[in-house]
Write a new protein. Structure first.
Length: 227
């Protein structure tokens, strides 16, 4: 696969809806699912250029799937159905939605690594979750625009990183490689990158400075000195 053509989104909340609009505007075929019957969201999703489907139908027909669910729901994702898929993890831990979950806040591992462990046969890339959905909706810009903002991505496969970088670029943002999937912890709540609405150079500076940040020191200690 040289590029993503049909983008699936699991999760039809605010982030999922914004991503559906951006992807549709960029020329992608967009399939989106909620838990349960897709009929209640069909009209709203059609208005942003997306097709409401069941989760299984989205997985079957999409070239890549974005996870825009509450993180605590990741174990409900169908492991066998998603085997071999490119999965873009945009989820983050929120205690209000997910409850008090020490397993989702362990600094020894990124939450995307937990998702990868559950979806053992899939190829997980962390992306599209550190910028606020309102900023994403308002900040998309064409290539070369001096006001263009950046989105960081983390993953273990150079080919998958290239595919996701192409998607990020098409959505209207510069892609910045943070590192392997384990480096996705730099994009999570508690880091300077989380919530950042900045250009590529400033975003790279935030990533470079993570190791010396309060969160970075905690992560390094938990990981035996490595981030």
């Amino acid at each position: 696969m040289d590029r993503i053509r049909t983008l699936g989104i699991i999760g039809a909340g605010r982030l999922g809806s914004v991503l559906a609009q951006l992807a549709s505007d960029a020329g992608y075929r967009v399939l989106i699912a909620r838990s349960g019957d897709p009929a209640p969201i069909a009209r709203a999703m059609a208005a942003v250029g997306a097709e409401a489907r069941t989760v299984s139908a989205v997985i079957d027909d999409a070239d890549a799937v974005v996870l825009a669910l509450p993180l605590g729901a990741y174990r409900t994702l169908p492991t066998e159905e998603m085997s071999g898929m490119l999965v873009i993890d945009a989820m983050n831990y929120w205690w209000g939605a997910d409850g008090i979950r020490p397993d989702l806040t362990d600094p020894a591992t990124s939450t995307s690594e937990l998702v990868q462990a559950h979806l053992a046969g899939a190829r997980v890339v962390k992306a599209l979750g550190h910028m606020g959905y309102q900023d994403m909706a308002e900040e998309a810009r064409k290539v070369g625009d001096p006001a263009r903002k950046a989105i960081a991505i983390a993953g273990d496969s150079p080919d998958d990183l290239a595919l996701v970088a192409g998607l990020v670029d098409a959505l209207g943002f510069d892609a910045v490689i943070a590192g392997p999937l384990a480096a996705g912890i730099m994009l999570e709540p508690g880091s300077e990158v989380f919530g950042a609405d900045v250009g590529a150079e400033e975003l790279r500076g935030m990533l470079d400075g993570f190791a010396n940040s309060r969160r970075g020191i905690v992560v390094a200690k938990a990981r035996g000195g490595a981030i």
